[in-house]
Design a protein around this ligand. Sequence first.
Ligand code: GLA
Length: 441
Amino acid sequence: MSTQQPTQPLFTPAMSPQEGTSAATALFRETFGGEPDGVWYAPGRVNIIGEHTDYNGGLALPIALPHRAHLALRRRQDRTVRLVSPQTRQQVDVTDLDTIGPKGTPGEVRQWAAYVAGVAWALEREGFAGLPGFDAALVSCVPLGGGLSSSAALECSAAVAIDEVAGLGLAGSADSPDDAGRARLVQVCVRAENEMAGAPTGGMDQSASLRCLPGHALELDCRDGSVAHVPFDLAAQELALLVIDTKAKHSLVDGQYGQRRAACEQAANLLGVELLADVAVQDLDEALERLRAAASGSQGSTSAAGADTLEPDVLVRRTRHVVTEIDRTHQLVGLLQDGRPLAGDKLAAAGALMDASHESLRVDYECTCPELDTAVEAARSAGAHGARMTGGGFGGSAIALVDAARVHDVAAAVTDAYARAGFTPPAFLDAVPSAPAGRLA
Ligand code: GLA
């Protein structure tokens, strides 16, 4: 018999506001000298349910994490942008707002600077021309490439900082947010991510970072950008949402994400709808039959966008995921809003919806990976009420709805399962629904 001790699970704590402020300010002073005008932050997110629905005009249900990107920033008199982070302190990034441009053009901005300078670029194109340059130091505790929206956190911290130093007056404060102004900033950040960083993402991550409220999940209707705040105070019900960072690196610019999005667009085209959210769940069977017939008929032909028509079976499965996932999101929102405690049958029903979401993403959307599936299975076997991947998939993170008293045991069980499978040890985060982007100091 093996006498090996179980590995201790590794938790990634969030930096406190004081820690974030001091670290970003210290890096700013050391790099640029003098004081920043302020320190702003924006959170990462996890999505409770509603995955790969945003670019299909459907529903998503994210919360803001206590893990944040912190940006100490000072306005400049010229149009230069200088950026530093602890990882790049040896080489400050220097760009100029007059010469930067989208990915693939001569003004392309490299790496993470694209997400910060890109927000200024996108703001100028959305009607706020003539912005000042700035110096900024970034310190983030949102795990990079962990599927927790580290890039959206960066963009949104830049958005609220520039909004204030340039006097745009869009965001309001975190305590008293201007939601309409923040919805505009979401569009700006999405544009920066799509065009400057070349990641064809929807708007869920930026909406979560800018528009969530503490203690609540954000019901986001991606068709019209409207939101509702759904009570999600798990601690009060002795529950917790455990985030499992699989350490399997995911990327939104490596083509897989874009292929899924293109498949959805193709399916919507063949069905004659603008977006897959237009297919009602009660009409799904009929729609899938029609889609199969239309896709078989156009095999071998090329779309207006120059893409070959995908296999009918692939289009059918992608569509089935999107339409059923939107329905599951509706159902979970309904449960969370019915005023009863999240316990007993209601808790079981919520967990079952999360489980079904993962199955649909695994089988129909094919965007999970062995690390995600192992995390979800191990969490369920250790007593999670429900578990699923969260975010774009192909790596990144999973979430598990667990009894607060069992967080450590579930994390230990997942860590053991990873050791048995020979995977890199995972890390864990406690997902307490937290405040949206704002100013710290
Ligand atoms: C990534 C994208 C989001 C969304 C999710 C999947 O996080 O940035 O826009 O599409 O994947 O739900």
